[in-house]
Design a protein around this ligand. Structure first.
Ligand SMILES: NC(=O)c1ccc[n+]([C@@H]2O[C@H](COP(=O)([O-])OP(=O)(O)OC[C@H]3O[C@@H](n4cnc5c(N)ncnc54)[C@H](OP(=O)(O)O)[C@@H]3O)[C@@H](O)[C@H]2O)c1
Length: 326
């Protein structure tokens, strides 16, 4: 089968289509014939050599796919050959086929195009596990999302609004701010022009927000705490802005606030299974109602993975970039 491999750490040009052996499913695994694979920022980091795949995962990139089940291990009970599905992966999605634990596979949501659905698993599982399972965002609360037009951010805005929260979102241009508001944010914030702490404090009458989804890290973490309400929670899921943060621990204590970091890919299989089961129960109905959609930026053929990576690194995209495999 074809797979897009990383020939050496480097720029997009190191992505090379190679012929690799067909995957063989383990007892609890299925093989998915891939219709499309979603791009994630982590794939760029992996290509650059700074985010190696976890033990046991394929070495080629790809954290999410949609497709059709073509083989199943002997102990698989929930998924059958012929099912249209999406899957959350530890890697290996940029390929014709991939094997995956059946607990990380969900049925294609009714009414969603098979190719488009490839953009769901990673962003939805990330938002659900952080904003809702960990931070416990409730209807009537407020959420600040950084990078509101990213794959992750575009899902966070829609999901939080669908569940009755008020959302503020940062983005890097006036056009992206407008996109955040079209997705349902009450107020988009151009982080290049405005101070998000000041905007959020003014918009909430000085109360602050209940939850922050931070995919920047670095200097943002201390400012996230400044933007929080009493009892607020900051979920840090990336370090694009730096790995070191300074924050006012006095303020943290006064606000009885929590700062929490997670990564999805490195979690034990059982935790990822639980997250996907919870996504199926709580998020899939909203996807089927159209309240949470994949915001599609662009689709490239698998062979054009390098072009797709360039698109992501240039940062002009809004929503998800996909690789069509069929
Ligand atoms: N920990 C986890 O489990 C986990 C899981 C999934 C994703 N992530 C992380 O989440 C982030 C988003 O992933 P993705 O695949 O959706 O990537 P993506 O679409 O490429 O998004 C990157 C986003 O970062 C935003 N950004 C960069 N600097 C910013 C700043 N100073 N202030 C506000 N926003 C800023 C960009 O906003 P502009 O374009 O508007 O500048 C862009 O929206 C990545 O960093 C990824 O590593 C973490």
């Amino acid at each position: 089968m074809r797979a897009v491999t990383i020939s050496r750490p480097g720029g997009p040009e190191v992505l090379v289509v190679a012929e690799l052996p067909e995957p063989v499913p383990g007892p609890h695994e299925v093989v998915v014939d891939v219709a499309a694979a979603g791009l994630n920022r982590a794939d760029v980091s992996q290509r650059q050599g700074s985010y190696p795949p976890p033990a046991g995962a394929p070495e080629w990139p790809g954290l999410e796919v949609s497709g059709t089940v073509v083989a199943a291990g002997e102990q698989v009970t929930q998924v059958a050959v012929g099912d249209h599905v999406v899957a959350l992966l530890g890697g290996g999605g940029y390929a014709d086929r991939v094997s995956v634990d059946e607990g990380l596979v969900l049925p294609l949501p009714k009414g969603v195009d098979l190719v488009l659905a490839a953009g769901l698993p990673e962003a939805v599982a990330t938002v659900w596990s952080n904003v809702f399972l960990a931070a416990g965002l409730q209807a009537g609360e407020t959420l600040l999302v950084h990078g509101g037009t990213s794959g992750v951010g575009s899902v966070a805005i829609q999901l939080a609004v669908a569940r009755g929260a008020t959302v503020y979102a940062t983005a890097g241009s006036a056009e992206k701010v407008a996109s955040c508001e079209e997705l349902g944010a009450t107020r988009g914030i151009d982080y290049r022009e405005e101070d998000f702490v000041a905007v959020v404090q003014e918009a909430t009458g000085g109360r602050g927000v209940d939850v922050v989804l931070d995919l920047v890290g670095g200097s943002y973490v201390g400012r996230d705490v400044e933007a929080l309400a009493v009892g607020g929670r900051v979920m840090v899921i990336a370090a694009q802005g730096g790995r070191e943060a300074t924050l006012d621990v006095g303020l943290l204590m006064q606000k009885r606030a929590r700062v929490w970091g997670t990564t999805l890919r490195a979690r034990p299989l059982e935790e990822r299974r639980e997250i996907m089961a919870s996504v199926r129960e709580h998020v899939w109905p909203l996807v089927e109602q159209g309240a949470v959609r994949v915001i599609l930026d662009s689709v490239y053929p698998l062979e054009f993975a390098a072009t797709a990576h360039r698109r992501m690194e240039e940062g002009g995209h809004v929503g998800k970039i996909l690789l069509a495999v069929r």
